[in-house]
Design a protein around this ligand. Structure first.
Ligand SMILES: NC(=O)C1=CN([C@@H]2O[C@H](COP(=O)(O)OP(=O)(O)OC[C@H]3O[C@@H](n4cnc5c(N)ncnc54)[C@H](O)[C@@H]3O)[C@@H](O)[C@H]2O)C=CC1
Ligand SMILES: CC(C)CC(=O)C(=O)O
Ligand SMILES: [Mg+2]
Length: 364
């Protein structure tokens, strides 16, 4: 049988710890279904910087292009060490170029509440029960990729970042979001800021036009400030949220709070082919690295998305998700999910133990 190449970029701080647990799950599936994976280690971020002085070597991109999919851990150092040469510009030097290089303009971030964790949400149980929100975030344009610069205005320094979108960039992500809505509950909420941002006016125009091709899908519009509030007040109103790169980045961290921890959320970054990049939505969490306390579920659920979107293995994707839900239902909790006083039946476990438990359900 032909080997399937999976590129792995373990990342920094908690990145290698949680990626290792995700790979255990992938190995268990490989054995169970007699698949053959060729796991290709790809150097990037801190690891590449230490060796080559760059965050994303050409060789990494070349090898990545030969893979069916990429599993990535978070890149980056402690926010307070932003000026350290190893970490300064890691976003511009590795994360953003990696997404852009493969034209991965669609970023899917789904917040689906786990029944067994509802009590962890800071929002009332009846408000959060059953929520299932898919944020479709544009990933290769907008303010993170726009012109940046420095100038002197009235004798003082001014730094700027430009938010700019082309019609075609909005159109292609809008089409994706309507297609996903058709597979879900047929509702798209466009989140932008068209009362003040010219680029948001274009989002509104283009999305309204695309919506005409999807008469079965309801489109509504919300300004981003209100959307940030509505996510907490009434998250059940959302099905698909379609939004720009920066707004999607911010709102997806916020939405993760509804579930109980950001350590539960994977993401898929896709272009027009089956090739995809799978990474947790969170960062490298430097303050909890090396202590066996990080939640590996975000990375383990990346395996489910990788199976579903890149390898066409929806049943095994469901199997991984069911194994995660079972571990949580049986009360296993990493530290971010553990509330001793409220949760007598729960069992505090480390990163490795959580990975082992989920893997054991798959291995059978
Ligand atoms: N895609 C990527 O590679 C991303 C990289 N980053 C980078 O990560 C670094 C740290 O960023 P921060 O802003 O501190 O955000 P962060 O997401 O790393 O951490 C925010 C909070 O969430 C907690 N957390 C995150 N993941 C967790 C997990 N799996 N289990 C338990 N708790 C978890 C952290 O302990 C911290 O309290 C920065 O260098 C940033 O640029 C941030 C976001 C995405
Ligand atoms: C470089 C940043 C845009 C990474 C990030 O925060 C994200 O993609 O969630
Ligand atoms: Mg982010």
């Amino acid at each position: 049988m032909k080997e399937i190449k999976i590129g792995v970029l373990p990342g920094d701080y908690i990145g290698p710890e949680i990626t290792k647990e995700a790979l255990k799950v992938l190995n268990a599936l490989e054995k169970k279904y007699d698949w053959q994976f060729d796991i290709v280690h790809l150097e990037a971020s801190g690891e590449a910087y230490d060796k080559y002085g760059v965050h994303l070597p050409e060789e990494t991109l070349r090898k990545a292009a030969e893979c069916a999919a990429l599993l990535k851990g978070p890149f980056g150092g402690p926010p307070e060490e932003l000026n350290h040469p190893k970490w300064s510009g890691v976003e511009q030097g590795a994360i953003l170029p990696l997404r852009k290089h493969f034209n991965l303009f669609t970023n899917l971030r789904e917040s689906k509440v786990f029944d067994s964790l509802i009590h962890l949400s800071p929002i009332k149980k009846e408000v959060v029960a059953g929520i299932d929100i898919l944020i479709v975030r544009e990933l290769t344009s907008g303010i993170y990729f726009g012109e940046k610069g420095e100038r002197t205005v009235d004798g003082e320094r001014e730094y700027f970042d430009v938010e700019a979108y082309k019609e075609s960039e909005i159109e292609r992500i809008a089409i994706k979001s309507f297609e996903y809505a058709q597979q879900r509950r047929n509702k798209v909420t466009l989140v932008a800021k068209s009362n003040v941002l010219k680029s948001s006016v274009l989002w509104r125009e283009v999305v309204n036009k695309v919506a005409k091709d999807y008469p079965g899908v309801t489109l509504d519009y919300m300004h981003v400030d209100n959307a940030a509030m509505q996510l907490i007040l009434n998250p059940g109103q959302f099905d698909v949220i379609l939004t720009s790169n920066m707004f999607g980045d911010i709102l997806s961290d916020e939405a993760s709070v509804l579930l109980g921890s950001i350590g539960l959320l994977p993401s898929a970054s896709l272009g027009e082919s089956k090739f995809g990049l799978y990474e947790p939505i969170h960062g490298s969490a430097p303050s909890i690295a090396g202590q066996n306390i990080a939640n590996p579920i975000s990375s383990i659920l990346c395996i489910a998305l990788l199976l579903r979107f890149s390898l066409d293995k929806p049943e095994q994707a469901d199997e991984v998700e069911a194994a995660v839900a079972r571990a949580l239902a049986e009360g296993y909790r990493t530290k971010d999910l553990y509330q001793e006083a409220q949760d007598d039946a729960s069992k505090l476990v480390g990163t490795v133990e959580m990975g082992d438990i989920i893997t054991s359900y798959i291995a059978g």
